[in-house]
Design a protein around this ligand. Structure first.
Ligand SMILES: Nc1ncnc2c1ncn2[C@@H]1O[C@H](COP(=O)(O)OP(=O)(O)OP(=O)(O)O)[C@@H](O)[C@H]1O
Ligand SMILES: [Mg+2]
Length: 540
């Protein structure tokens, strides 16, 4: 388009007007032609939003407008004579796309498509392209007209709109499933409570028949499993009240890691990368621990050949797509090097009862519990995964300021009557509850021996003559808490006993003799409740 620039030198009007009178009369037609051309050039170059250019029959650039220069970055004299395939990406060139575009234009009279194109500086833009064959008056092909439009911004806006719609749809779907799940869980909880209460009655009235007791205990254990599932459903449906506290995120994870290591098979390593500035967050510590346990079990299941699951922390906010209010967050990432998920699995992973595991191996409640718990705590959860490239699940908890506590001041809950230093056995089959309660008691100065079952507690009692107190869950698998209490008391008459129970706060069990010096504590409980119950036992 060098000529175009020499033309513009002529100034503001068409050549005939601005440059004065035509040279001779016989140039009238030539003048008219030049005038037309003048208008045409200005018209073409005024179009800056479209790259308008012409190719010769071989696909070489023959004419080039300002819009083309603006969009593609080449000045006219740099590009005229060059083949238009340079505007295509390497992959498209290799696939023979430029030649095919011209063939299509010839065959069908027009080629139209969207795709990535490359600018002079190597950057890509999303183009809408039209190619028309150009023929002379005799119908001979003289080249191609090409119109290219930069659609990058529009495509981005379109994608964002789609993502927002998809996120909204997903949120509505989860909300609906939540309602449904919450309703079912609530009904089943009541049904289960009826079963459990009657099992307890049946056991008491079993007339001491060991067979009947065994059957009842098996039924009770199954009911307990059912109750566990219902808890997860309730958490997903956000029907389980969260006990939000300010927690030290790194500390909580560091405490949990030894337990997670024990949970994973030997070929799965558990690593952590805790950012020193992760700080404090608002969370229900029990729900958070259960969520992390679910994630680590998933990670471990995804690595049958072994691998590493890494728990990392950072002070970082979720992306807009996570649909969480703006603010300060602590991010916990649980990443594995396992089999990953296909896009289809990824899309459904948070839904309750979605599982790819064999019947009996997975209930599909793990991730839904994680999702519900995080939403309820005011945070968010998201999964990134690709087949064979591992999975990262990110949890965002609302950030919190460090709790105010003057240096040197200890926790405000200090047990008194059963004095710190007292040796006790703590029996609980839920490992997470066991771990956190043991931690709590140790912090308060108790010397705690942990047992997951009654039988183990009896062994501990034998091997630790200094034990003065037994704290036991009532609903234990195998020997239950009441039986354990009776047997322990038989072996060590002065032993003080504190029962913890999720079901029955009464002291009505017939096999505990009157005057039996015990206390009951209902689940769930706060540290101060536990310490208060220990105090009620009297001096140890
Ligand atoms: N870390 C992971 N790597 C690969 N796939 C995963 C991972 N975590 C979850 N999944 C996929 O998501 C599905 C749902 O997970 P979720 O934890 O909700 O249920 P589950 O593990 O199958 O059963 P449950 O946790 O109730 O025992 C899994 O069945 C699995 O297909
Ligand atoms: Mg799971």
């Amino acid at each position: 388009m060098k000529k175009a620039s020499s033309n513009t030198r002529n100034g503001r009007g068409p050549p005939g007007a601005a440059a004065g009178v035509p040279d001779a009369a016989d140039t009238r037609t030539a003048g008219a032609l030049r005038e037309k051309e003048w208008y045409f050039r200005h018209f073409v170059n005024a179009v800056v939003d479209y790259a308008l250019y012409m190719l010769d029959t071989d696909g070489r650039v023959a004419a080039w407008n300002t819009g083309a220069e603006r969009i593609k970055g080449y000045a006219a004299d740099e590009i005229i004579g060059r083949h238009f395939s340079r505007f295509y990406t390497e992959e498209d060139r290799r696939a023979g796309l430029p030649a095919r575009a011209l063939e299509t234009a010839l065959r069908e009279g027009k080629f139209e498509a969207e795709g990535w194109r490359v600018r002079k500086d190597g950057s890509r833009f999303w183009a809408h392209v039209v190619i028309d064959p150009v023929r002379d008056d005799a119908g001979r092909l003289i080249g191609f007209a090409k119109i290219t439009r930069d659609m990058t911004e529009r495509r981005k806006a379109r994608q964002q709109l789609e993502q927002t719609r998809e996120a909204l749809h997903q949120a509505q779907k989860m909300e609906a499933i939540g309602q449904l799940t919450g309703g079912i869980a609530h009904d089943f909880n009541n049904i289960l409570a009826g079963i459990v209460n009657n099992l307890d009655l049946a056991r008491r009235h079993s007339g001491g028949s060991p067979d009947v007791q065994r059957y009842v205990d098996a039924a009770r254990a199954a009911a307990n499993n059912g109750a566990g599932l219902i808890q997860q459903m309730l958490v997903f449906a956000r029907k389980q009240p969260a006990r939000i506290e300010t927690i030290d995120v790194n500390g909580t994870i560091a405490n949990l890691i030894p337990f997670l290591k024990r949970t994973c098979p030997e070929n799965v390593a558990v690593a952590s990368a805790l950012a020193p500035d992760a700080g404090f967050a608002s969370a229900d510590p029990h729900q958070l621990q259960t969520a992390l346990l679910n994630l680590v079990i998933n990670a471990s299941d995804a690595m049958p050949e072994g691998g590493t699951v890494t728990i990392a922390t950072a002070r970082a906010a979720p992306p807009a797509s996570a649909d969480a209010p703006a603010g300060d967050y602590v991010c916990i990432t649980v990443a594995d090097t396992g089999v990953g998920m296909t896009p289809d699995v990824l899309q459904h992973a948070f839904e309750p009862f979605f599982t790819t595991k064999e019947i009996g191996k997975g209930t599909g409640l793990g991730l839904s519990m994680v999702y519900g718990a995080l939403r309820q705590m005011g945070g968010a959860a998201a999964i990134e995964s690709e087949p064979q490239r591992g999975t990262s699940v990110r949890l965002w908890l609302p950030g919190a300021a460090a709790p105010e506590r003057a240096s040197g001041e200890v926790a405000d809950v200090t047990p008194q009557a059963v004095e710190p230093g007292t040796e006790l056995i703590f029996v609980e089959d839920d490992v997470i509850v066991s771990m956190s309660t043991t931690e709590m008691l140790r912090e308060a100065g108790y010397r705690v021996h942990e047992a997951g079952r009654g039988e183990k507690a009896l062994q501990l009692l034998e091997s630790h003559p200094g034990v003065r107190v037994l704290v036991t869950d009532v609903g234990l698998p195998g020997m239950n808490g009441h039986e354990l209490a009776l047997e322990s008391r038989r072996r060590r008459p002065g032993l003080k006993i504190l029962f913890i129970t999720g079901h029955d706060r009464s002291r009505g069990d017939e096999r505990i003799p009157p005057g039996f010096d015990t206390e009951y504590l209902g689940k769930p409980y706060q540290p101060e409740d536990l310490f208060a119950a220990l105090r009620r036992l009297g001096p140890g």
